[in-house]
Design a protein. Structure first.
Length: 151
C-alpha cells in the first residue's frame, strides 16, 4: 500500500515537472522562428553527412555536419523573423518542383502517374489534368484562358 502511494506521488511529481518544463520551453520559443523547411533540410543533410563520414572517415565531413547543425539551431532560435522567412522562401523557390519528391516520394510518384501538369500559355499558372484522357480543352483557373493539353 505504501509502495503504491509512493509510486503515485512520484508519477504526479514527474507530470508536474514535465508540464513546467513544457511551459518554460514554450515561453522561451515565443517570438522565435522555430523549425522551418531550411532548418529541417540542414538537419537531414547533417545526418546524411554523419552516415557518410562513418565510411569516409574524413574530418572535414564531420565538421561540415556540425556546422549545419549549428546553423539549423541558429535559425530555430532566431528572433529576426523577416530575414529567416525570406531565406526560407528563397530555399523553397530554389528546390521548386523537387519539393514534393523530397517530402513524400511515394505520394509524388502516385501523383505523377495519375496526373500531368501543364502550364497556361497566357499566365503561366500550373494546371493538373488526368493522364490517359487524350487531348483535353482546359480552362485556366487564374485567367480563364482556354487551351488544349495532350494528357
Amino acid at each position: 500500500m505504501e509502495l503504491e502511494r509512493t509510486r503515485l506521488m512520484a508519477k504526479k511529481d514527474w507530470e508536474e515537472k514535465n508540464a513546467e518544463a513544457q511551459r518554460k520551453a514554450a515561453e522561451w520559443l515565443r517570438g522565435r522562428q522555430g523549425p522551418d523547411d531550411l532548418a529541417i533540410a540542414c538537419v537531414y543533410l547533417a545526418l546524411l553527412l554523419v552516415v557518410i563520414n562513418l565510411f569516409a572517415k574524413a574530418a572535414w565531413v564531420g565538421w561540415l555536419a556540425l556546422a549545419l547543425i549549428v546553423y539549423a539551431g541558429f535559425r530555430i532560435q532566431s528572433k529576426n523573423l523577416g530575414s529567416r522567412s525570406r531565406e526560407n522562401a528563397a530555399f523553397l523557390k530554389a528546390i521548386g518542383p523537387a519539393r514534393p519528391w523530397l517530402q513524400n516520394p511515394k505520394a509524388a510518384a502516385a501523383e505523377a502517374k495519375q496526373f500531368k501538369h501543364a502550364k497556361c500559355p497566357h499566365c503561366g499558372q500550373k494546371v493538373r489534368v488526368p493522364r490517359g484522357k487524350g487531348r483535353l480543352r482546359v480552362t485556366c483557373p487564374k485567367c480563364r484562358e482556354k487551351f488544349e493539353v495532350k494528357a
